[in-house]
Ligand binder design. Structure first.
Ligand code: NAI
Ligand code: UGA
Length: 460
């Protein structure tokens, strides 16, 4: 099948490369000329394991092409995928400017009947609007069908998720077009769920909102665990054994970030609000997440009198490991707050440094190893659970000015931490005060330390 993809960002590029890999002839169209030139050379503008190889293989086989010219981009297409961004407006609603422009571009350049497949995450009713927009502009020149086909990939495992996904959702009120999209995807061998267009649009938001709810739920449980002396990892493991609950997305931490959960939860609140429904549960999920993203600062402030002049190492910048995506990363808020309180910030991230430099204050120091970041620091905050951080030798922290580690991702087992000379705070687990090799007579101990002594959990 001859397929064009409009918008070759994260989703568009993965969609284009994987569709080419299963044998389709794919033309990716993007307005960003520089990005297009890069992609033509098989250079991926995003860090995504396996994507570079997939691009190279399919470019060499002449199944994957790139252009910034919509005229040639859509000329031969039988099917056009829309994968442009749907960012957040000021009020939280989805910004459909790029979608509208994509619809206009398609209408301006198509010559034949076309099936438009909407991959972008769009509010309920948008597929219908796209159909109306394109139909009005082509004025009967071609027959237009629109199929909703929301994307469920996770950054960092996008290729794996495409080939081994749990489901492909196809939403359409036009049976033959739905069958065309099913046939396109058939080689992936992933189960297909057919439904009506509006339900497909809602499945995407409801799925992301539900996963975000699981995360905020376990984060609240973790905060309670700290107050009552329980360990959230044991709690999540025990809960997850119930197959109705499951183990996934019960990892307590510093909240969800990234390009989708924050914007899609806000957008769903707006979608409900537009029909006068107050989505109270989801509002709670969003509020819990906001608080959780600054939990490391709260924990740090409980351990020091003031952050002014303190050197703080921020370990990990990307919103999650295996990606260089900095969109809505907790590190951005954390660093902003550290600077506001007068701290000096040194960071380490194995992949996201370049993208971070464009977003962060110029005073930030970028270390090229974890060791270099923590050396001489007064505290280390673990923000992203990169393997380079999880597999670090804990002795590296013992050499800090004050070996105070606040781990927002529970990277280290408590038993292992106990055999090292560090003071270690994590999420929803008892803290460990083992920094006995230094004189800390003047330091402020957190209320947590006092609670642990009370329960007999302090290892000191
Ligand atoms: N990033 C992710 O992991 C996932 C994203 N989604 C959804 O997929 C959609 C796209 O997201 P991303 O790929 O992250 O966006 P992105 O912002 O990375 O990419 C969008 C691309 O579209 C291009 N573009 C905008 N208008 C254009 C036009 N008229 N013609 C040609 N190109 C145009 C931009 O230059 C950019 O390269 C969003 O709705 C998002 O919610 C869904 C699942 C996963
Ligand atoms: O619509 C989207 O863009 C995508 O959003 C998420 O994927 P992604 O944002 O790439 O990454 P996730 O692995 O879901 O992580 C999102 C955030 O939640 C956090 N998280 C995740 C899982 C968990 O147990 N705990 C937790 O704090 C991560 O650290 C990260 O900040 C969904 O998982 C995808 O199915 C969806 O397609």
């Amino acid at each position: 099948m001859k397929i064009s993809v409009i918008g070759t960002g994260y989703v568009g590029l993965v969609t284009g490369a994987t569709l080419a890999d299963i044998g389709h002839e794919v033309m990716c169209v993007d307005v960003d000329v520089q990005k297009v030139e890069q992609m033509k050379q098989a250079i991926s503008p995003i860090y995504e394991p396996g994507l570079g190889d997939l691009m190279a293989r399919n470019i060499a086989a002449k199944r994957l092409n790139f252009t910034s010219d919509p005229q040639s981009g859509f000329k031969e297409a039988e099917v056009i995928y829309i994968a442009v961004g749907t960012p957040e407006n000021e009020d939280g609603s989805a910004n459909l400017t790029y979608i509208e422009q994509a619809a206009k571009d398609i209408a301006d350049h198509i010559e034949n009947d076309i099936v438009i497949v909407v991959k972008s995450t769009v509010p309920v009713g948008t597929n219908h609007k796209i159909k109306q927009l394109v139909e009005a502009a082509v004025k009967g020149r071609a027959r237009i069908a629109v199929v909703s086909n929301p994307e469920f990939l996770k950054e960092g495992s996008a290729i794996q998720d495409t080939f081994y996904g749990d489901r492909i959702v196809i939403g359409s009120d036009d049976e033959p077009s739905a069958r065309i999209v099913e046939a396109i995807n058939e080689p992936f061998g992933v189960p297909v769920f057919h439904t009506d267009t509006r339900s497909a649009e809602m499945i995407k938001y409801a799925s992301n909102a539900f996963l975000a709810t699981k995360i905020s739920f376990i984060n609240e449980i973790s905060n309670i665990c700290e107050l009552v002396g329980a360990n959230v990892e044991n709690v999540a493991a025990g809960m997850g054994m119930d197959s109705r609950i499951g183990h996934q997305f019960l990892k307590a931490g510093i909240g969800y970030g990234g390009s989708c959960f924050p914007k899609d939860t806000e957008a769903l609140i707006q979608i409900a609000g537009n029909v006068n429904y107050e989505f109270e549960l989801l509002k709670g999920v969003v509020n819990v997440n906001r608080k959780q993203q600054l939990l490391l600062i709260e924990k740090l402030n409980a351990c020091v009198d003031s952050l002014a002049g303190k050197r703080v190492a921020v370990l990990g910048l990307a919103f999650k490991p295996k990606t260089d995506d900095m969109r809505q990363a907790a590190s951005l808020l954390i660093i902003e707050e550290l600077l506001k309180q007068g701290a000096e910030v040194v960071t380490f991230d194995p992949v996201a440094t370049e993208k971070a430099k464009a977003l962060l204050n110029p005073s930030i120091v970028y270390a090229n190893s974890l060791e270099a970041a923590v050396e001489g620091s007064d505290a280390a905050l673990i923000v992203t659970e990169w393997d380079e951080i999880k597999n670090a030798d804990l002795n590296v922290f013992a050499g800090m000015k004050r070996p105070l580690v606040i781990d927002g991702r529970n990277c280290f087992g408590l038993e292992m931490v106990k055999s090292h000379a560090i003071e270690y705070h994590s999420i929803g687990r008892p803290a460990i005060f083992n920094a006995t090799n230094k004189d800390f007579s003047g330091v402020k101990w957190s209320p947590e330390a006092e609670r642990l002594v009370h329960w007999g959990l302090n290892t000191n």
